[in-house]
Design a protein around this ligand. Structure first.
Ligand code: GAP
Length: 513
C-alpha cells in the first residue's frame, strides 16, 4: 500500500512536470481542490471527451447532445431535491479545528478493520504455504472471526444510520468505536451536522434586485429542463437520449486524492428517456454498454468492477458504480442510475408546465422514466493517467518513464526529429510535419540527443517518433519508432500517414466497443 502511495505521488509530480495538471492559482499558493490542465492535459482531456461524445452521438442514432448554461433558475434545485437533500454529514474536531465527513471517518475505520483481517490472512498463508485454505481459515480462526463479526456490526449500524439520515446515530458510531482525529489524535468531536454542497452566488446588481443562484452540482438538470425543447424540436421518439458535457461544482468538505475529488470538475452525462416499466431492461443495457466503452481502451479488464448501491440517492430506484483500480484502491469513476420519473415529475410540479410524452404506439401519454449514465471527466483522466504510467528499467542499466496512453487519447500522436540540425535534415523533417499536421497533433523536435528526445516523448505518451537521417534524403524513408516496444522500423514517408492513422484513430477505438 505504501508503495502504491509512493507511485501515486510520482504520478502527481509527473503530471505537473510534463504539463498535464497544475494546481490552480499556484503562484498564490494554490486553491484547495481546484486544478488547471496544462498543454498536454487539455489535449488528453479533449480526446477523452471526444471519445465519450462520439460513442454517444455517433454510435446511437437516438442520442443527441446539448450544451446548457451553468446558471439555472434556482427553483430547479428546489424541484430536484438538491436544496434540501444534497448534503454531507459533517463533524468537527474541537482540538485540531479540522472538519471531516462523518461517513468517511467511519468508512476509513471499517477499511482499517479490513486491513487487520487481511494481515491475519497473509500471515497464515505464509505459515501454511500451499496447503492454506483461506475460506476455512476465515471461518475458524478465532481472531479473524471476532474481527469479521465486529466489522459486520459496525457496517450494519452505519448503513442503517445513513439510510435513515440519522446524524446522532453516525456520531454514536464514532464515539463507540473510539475513532480519533488523525491530526490531533483526540476524540473531542462536535455534533454531526448536515452541510449542503452547492455553491451559491448572487445574480443581479442591487441588494433587493438580486437573487440567489447556484453553480450547478450536476449537469443532468440542464438536460431535464430541456427535455421538452429537444423532444419537440428534434421530433424524438422514446426511447431516446440527451448527452451533455460540462462543468459542475461541489463544495466538497474533504477534498483529496488530487483530481479525484475536486470542487470544480467536469461531467459527461447522458439521460436516456424510456417507457415506464422498461427502465430495468435499459438500466441493464447501459450498465453493460458503459463497461464496454471503458474496456475498449485496453487499460486492463481486471481493473474494473461494478459496485451496486445500498443507499440509493433520493431520485433513484437502482444504481451502480463502475469502479476503477486507482493506486489508492477501487474507486468510483462512473455512476449508472435508474432515476425513475422523479426529475421530470418534479419539474412538472414546480414549473406548472405539462412535461409528458404522447406515445403513438400505446396511444397514451406518460412521464418518461430515465436511465442516467454519469462519468467525471477528471476521474476518467486520472484512471487513464495512473494505469498508463510506468517506470521501466531498460537494458544496460538505463531507465525511462513512459505513459502507455491509449494511442487515440495521446496528446501528441507523433514527433518528427531530424537526426542532426544540418545537411538539410531539419527542412526535410519540416516537410513531413507539414504533411502530417492536418490529421495528427505533431511535434517537431530538434534539440538534444535523439535518446533524450525519445524519452521526452515517452514521458508524455507519444505513440510514434519519426527520425529523419541522411538516408532519408536519398530514398525518402524514415525510422518509425514505437513507444511501447521501442521497436524501430524503416518506412516510406508516403506510408506514414496510413500507418499512424491505423493506430491512433478514434474511429478504430469506437469500433472496439
Ligand atoms: N447526475 C448524477 C451525478 O452527478 P454522482 O455520482 O454524484 O452522480 C457522477 O457524480 C460522477 O461525477 C462521479 O462518478 C464522478 O466521476 C464525478 N464526480 C462527482 N463528484 C466529483 C468531484 N467532487 N470531483 C471529481 N469528480 C466528481
Amino acid at each position: 500500500m505504501a508503495q502504491q502511495e509512493d507511485v501515486f505521488k510520482k504520478i502527481v509530480a509527473h503530471a505537473k512536470e510534463y504539463g498535464f495538471v497544475f494546481p490552480s492559482s499556484e503562484i498564490y499558493d494554490g486553491l484547495s481542490a481546484v486544478y488547471d490542465y496544462g498543454q498536454n492535459g487539455v489535449e488528453l482531456k479533449n480526446n477523452i471527451k471526444r471519445y465519450w461524445w462520439e460513442a454517444m452521438t455517433l454510435l446511437h442514432e437516438n442520442i443527441v447532445g446539448i450544451d446548457s448554461a451553468i446558471f439555472m433558475h434556482p427553483t430547479i434545485w428546489k424541484a430536484s431535491g438538491h436544496v434540501d437533500a444534497f448534503n454531507d454529514p459533517l463533524i468537527d474536531n474541537r482540538d485540531s479545528k479540522k472538519r471531516y465527513r462523518a461517513d468517511v471517518l467511519i468508512e476509513d475505520h471499517i477499511a482499517k478493520i479490513d486491513e487487520k483481517i487481511d494481515k491475519e490472512v497473509a500471515k497464515a498463508r505464509k505459515r501454511f504455504g500451499d496447503s492454506f485454505d483461506e475460506a476455512m481459515f476465515r471461518q475458524t480462526n478465532a481472531r479473524v472471526v471476532e474481527l469479521l463479526a465486529h466489522r459486520e456490526a459496525v457496517h450494519t449500524r452505519f448503513s442503517e444510520a445513513m439510510n435513515a439520515n440519522d446524524l446522532d446515530g453516525l456520531r454514536q458510531i464514532i464515539i463507540d468505536e473510539e475513532i480519533v482525529d488523525p491530526i490531533s489524535g483526540t476524540k473531542n468531536w462536535t455534533e454531526v451536522r448536515q452541510f449542503n454542497l452547492m455553491f451559491k452566488t448572487e445574480m443581479g446588481s442591487t441588494a433587493d434586485g438580486s437573487m440567489t443562484v447556484y453553480l450547478r452540482p450536476e449537469t443532468a438538470q440542464g438536460i431535464f429542463v430541456n427535455y421538452l425543447n429537444v423532444q419537440k424540436t428534434g421530433r424524438m421518439r422514446i426511447p431516446f437520449g440527451i448527452a451533455q458535457i460540462g462543468k459542475a461544482f461541489r463544495n466538497e468538505i474533504v477534498a483529496r486524492q488530487f483530481i479525484f475529488r475536486m470542487r470544480e470538475f467536469e461531467q459527461m452525462e447522458m439521460q436516456f428517456f424510456v417507457r415506464p416499466g422498461s427502465e430495468m431492461e435499459w438500466f441493464k443495457y447501459w450498465k453493460e454498454w458503459r463497461l464496454r466503452w471503458h474496456k475498449a481502451l485496453g487499460l486492463g479488464d481486471e481493473k474494473y468492477r461494478y459496485h451496486d448501491h445500498e443507499k440509493l440517492a433520493h431520485y433513484a430506484n437502482a444504481a451502480t458504480d463502475i469502479e476503477f483500480q486507482m493506486p489508492f484502491g477501487f474507486k468510483e469513476v462512473e455512476g449508472i442510475h435508474s432515476r425513475t420519473n422523479f426529475d421530470l415529475s418534479q419539474h412538472e410540479k414546480f414549473s406548472g408546465k405539462k412535461i409528458q410524452y404522447f406515445d403513438p404506439e400505446l396511444n397514451q401519454s406518460y412521464t418518461p422514466y430515465v436511465i442516467e449514465t454519469s462519468i467525471g471527466v477528471d476521474r476518467m483522466f486520472l484512471s487513464v493517467l495512473c494505469s498508463s504510467y510506468e517506470e521501466q528499467a531498460l537494458e544496460g542499466g538505463d531507465s525511462r518513464v513512459v505513459l502507455h496512453l491509449p494511442a487515440a487519447l495521446a496528446p501528441v500522436k507523433c514527433a518528427v526529429m531530424p537526426l542532426v540540425r544540418k545537411d538539410g535534415l531539419p527542412e526535410k523533417a519540416r516537410e513531413i510535419v507539414d504533411e502530417l499536421k492536418f490529421d495528427f497533433t505533431t511535434h517537431y523536435e530538434e534539440k538534444d540527443s535523439i535518446g533524450k528526445r525519445y524519452r521526452r516523448q515517452d514521458a508524455i505518451g507519444t505513440p510514434f517518433c519519426i527520425t529523419v537521417d541522411h538516408q532519408t534524403l536519398e530514398d525518402n524513408t524514415v525510422t518509425l519508432r514505437h513507444r511501447d516496444s521501442m521497436e524501430q522500423q524503416r518506412v516510406n514517408i508516403a506510408d506514414l500517414h496510413s500507418l499512424i492513422h491505423s493506430q491512433v484513430s478514434l474511429n478504430a477505438l469506437l469500433r472496439k466497443i
